[in-house]
Design a protein around this ligand. Sequence first.
Ligand code: HGY
Ligand code: MN
Ligand code: MN
Length: 420
Amino acid sequence: MSAPPSISVDGARLLRRLDELAHIGAIPGTRGCSRLALGDGDRQGRDLVVTWMRDLGLDVTVDGVGNVVATMVGWDPDVAPVLAGSHIDTVDRGGRYDGNLGVLAGLEVIERCLELGLRPPRPLAVAFFTDEEGSRFAPDMLGSLVYVGGMGLEAALEVRDRDGFAVGAELERIGYRGAAPCPARPPAAYVELHIEQGPILDLEDVTIGAVTGVQGISWTEVTFEGQANHAGTTPMHLRRDAGYAAAEVAVAVRTIVAEAGGHQVGTVGSLRLVPDLVNVVAGQATFTVDLRNTDEGALQAVEARVAARIAAVAAAEGITVSSRPLARFEPVPFAPEVVDLVETTAAALGHSCRRLPSGAGHDAQMLARVCPTGMVFVKSQGGISHNPAEHTEDHDVVAGADVLANVMLHLAAATAPPEV
Ligand code: HGY
Ligand code: MN
Ligand code: MN
């Protein structure tokens, strides 16, 4: 099969769409947006992107957990597509590039191929997956996990947010509980363009990241039950202070992670006290622990140390502890041939490139279970992400989309079905 033509995307069109989508859930005074999964902002964002997909004449499907896939038409239905994608849900007070870039760049690649009259050996497709962030409904990458068969649809539909709203009911409410089957038929290959969300490419002034894989993720929600009491009258030695205990654990996570070293990171990102009042010793504390490492063994060792510390803090304060896992994914390597292709494609287009693992979770780590998968990273200015100040320069956005386009076309050629 001869090498496909090298193409460039319409950068201005891609940047226009990124801007238009970012207006949905826009945070006043910033360039960021808030579109938590399955909320009204997510619905509006979905409707806009689906309109763009349908305007291109693509075949648009919605599956039982709200994943949306748009595929070029005119190929034998048995020919699986080369799929690009990501997510358009955001964290609360997030940036405009996280996820959105991968979806809109995939759409741009398809539109560019249609404009050029290109007919790859396989159809190209683009997806956005439900609830990648996991901020509202855990685990993260919920939609793509169901898409690849890693979680049953019924179990996913039953997941509830902290206010008790269920995924299934919210999908119904926003009109995205679809009929397409999940798990889905695997694509021939999957490529995701995403911002790095870390500092490496920016610090080294490298344009493209050839992502080698995704680090392991461990999320746990912990609840301490102490005794609410008067902040003024309760002697210190008689307190059973859930708030103090939670703060001790947050400090311990930082200490344990520092002692582990290497790629280990740890975060207590959510902490809710009850009754959360200035003059009441907290009777209850509910908090989350996010631990990640590129090495599974090291991650397990840190998980064990943190769990032991939580038990010891609870015993010392005379409080009870309960916990529930929110997410647990082992490190995932990407397909070497796709990582190589990202690297050679970046070089062919004249862009600097380096290999690196992803510190963030991505839908690609789920697609890697069912097909050859890789990711293309572009810079995050100052390494800032999950923050309205998240920024990627226009020229880097376009460079990443050009690499995505040519990687997708090469994969379509390299996996051409026999009869082509
Ligand atoms: O948490 C993550 O790494 C991703 O943003 N869901
Ligand atoms: Mn993301
Ligand atoms: Mn994110």
